[in-house]
Ligand binder design. Sequence first.
Ligand code: SF4
Length: 364
Amino acid sequence: MKANGFTYERDGLTFKLADAYGFCWGVERAVQMAYEARKQFPQSKLWITNEIIHNPTVNERLSEMGVNFIEEKADGKDFSGVNAGEVVILPAFGASVHEMKFLADKGANIVDTTCPWVSKVWNAVDTHKRKDFTSIIHGKYSHEETVATASFATTYLVVKDMKEANYVRDYILNGGNKAEFLEKFKHAMSENFDPDTDLDGVGIANQTTMLKGETEALGKLFQQTMMEKFGVENVDKHFIVMDTICDATQERQDAMYKLVDDKPDIMLVVGGFNSSNTSHLQEISEDKKIPSYWVDTAERLDPASNTITHKLAHGELVTTEAWLPNRPVTIGITSGASTPDKVVEDVIDVVFATKSALQSAVSR
Ligand code: SF4
């Protein structure tokens, strides 16, 4: 498809592939490092603190290679099985400062696959800390990358979207109900966070997989807020922003906007169901009102019944019947940054199988 201008046509189906999709540099590097760790420590017990990336196929492959996943229990990760000298792989989206220290103290051999772009965000947070600023992290407070990023900050507030950002802006400018603020962000702020004093100086950081446009808008909103509150001449004493948006996320989102602008009849978004960057690709498509199906593996499509089980951007898993119409259609297809090309190929194969089943049913 790439050689053919990212298009493939057969049996009345025209596939248009996003011109940036799938494995990003950081994920490729992490997977390569994990496979290499297995080769270099053939006799050692290998652990990984989390899914190395959010993709079931890659994680299954690691399990087959004997890599053990640290179990997540109600009170946190269970490191009790890890012994000194064993190898622990840290995933592409990093690990918290606390986890890294704990593992180092245990004498584990750490293979750190944290993506350098994620480290760049951590550096930004470190700069905020040195200036005694609060880090406002655009992200989802429970996402592993955001948990790791927050662990580098002394004072932080995680804001997931513009609605929450505007709430914080109002509080900065006009004050408000402190108890309500603390309740609203109870899982998304540092201990003892005080909105009356901790929002006088803020720096912006981001979960690298959030929508680029939203992170930029959020940065501008807080810059404007600080100018209004402290005067334009003092803004640098109260606000700091550094460019920490990952190129790969940006490229995949830009390619998705391009693809949906061509108005395909259907969109297929391929990627792990807990992958944040994939959920944003799906969101772009849903916003454009294009029938869009997010699947993690080809098994979600059943050619015989023409059904597809897919996830919506906001998390629901639904099954749609007769999703593929039996007429010529254009299908846009893309995949998240942690999706191997093989999964996309498998999905395309099953779509052709579905088409062929539809045609056979008509000719019977
Ligand atoms: S999406 Fe960006 S930050 Fe995340 S692993 Fe890939 S290159 Fe790194």
